[in-house]
Design a protein around this ligand. Structure first.
Ligand code: AKG
Length: 262
């Protein structure tokens, strides 16, 4: 499975500008490479404009879900479309979308762990359901959003559901870059899955972001890593048969003693 990750900068509060940038990127990258799947970062339509989200979302004329479906269909490519702020009644969710190559929404997930350090609980509503696996080309995968990375139980539950790849879409700050890197490697090693992350670059409201998007194999080796500051595209081929091989070599899942973990 050949993938491309768009480590992008975002234009705060301007969904139209960000859609244009994503459209251009998809057109370019699919011309240059024969790809199966694309990955976008967290909250890429608006960035972290939490206070202004109700106004921005109400003013936005275009339906981004349909925009993504159209892109996926036109380029016949799966898109793990990062996450977007979505308004439903009075609630706003930080929702991840996965589009399949036929242009259908394959899966959505609302971020369950809201970030106290960013006052997310003041502006957003946490997801009510845990993350589930979805299937693309017959392979099971999962997606989590940024702060979720700190909760090993969530990724473990995806691995137990059969995920071979877990995508992490993020706006992770530079000040905690060390955690970002170590936690991703740990999650890959302990669950023997590929971790594919897409973090933004740039700054917003004085916060610098860490970039450093990564592709990590189920042994914990970093196959690709983005820089801290630059917009970049990471292109990698995931050899999914590695998951089974590594799970045979170190049989963590059959050594588990879940009845003792109370
Ligand atoms: O956990 C962290 O340090 C960063 C989390 C975050 O920025 C997010 O979830 O958007």
């Amino acid at each position: 499975m050949k993938i491309a990750v768009y480590q992008m900068d975002l234009v705060a509060g301007q969904p139209n500008e960000n859609r244009k940038r994503v459209k251009n990127w998809v057109e370019q990258v699919t011309k240059q490479e024969q790809l199966d799947l694309l990955v976008l970062p967290e909250m890429w339509t608006t960035a972290y404009t939490l206070e202004d989200l109700p106004t921005i979302l109400e003013a936005d004329q275009e339906n981004t879900e349909q925009f993504l479906q159209q892109l996926a269909k036109e380029h016949h490519i799966h898109i793990v479309a990062g996450s977007m702020a979505v308004k439903e009644g009075d609630e706003i969710y930080n929702r991840a979308f996965v589009m399949n190559k036929n242009g259908q929404t394959e899966y959505t997930y609302d971020k369950v762990h809201l970030v106290p350090m960013l006052d997310e609980p003041l502006y957003l509503t946490g997801g009510k359901n845990s993350a589930q696996v979805f299937e693309l080309d017959g392979r099971k995968m999962g997606v989590i959003i940024c702060y979720d990375l700190r909760f090993p139980e969530l990724i473990r539950s995806l691995a137990l559901q059969g995920a071979e790849v877990v995508f992490v879409v993020a706006e992770w700050p530079l000040s905690r870059k060390g955690h970002w890197e170590v936690l991703q490697q740990a999650r890959a090693i302990e669950n023997q899955v590929f971790i594919v992350s897409c973090n933004r670059v740039g700054t917003h409201d004085g916060v610098e972001f860490a970039g450093s998007s990564m592709v990590i194999d189920p042994w914990g080796e970093v196959l690709e890593k983005g820089s801290v500051e630059q917009e970049e595209t990471l292109v990698t081929t995931l050899n999914l048969s590695e998951v089974e091989r590594i799970r045979k070599e170190v049989p963590v899942f059959s050594s588990r003693r879940p009845n003792l973990y109370k």
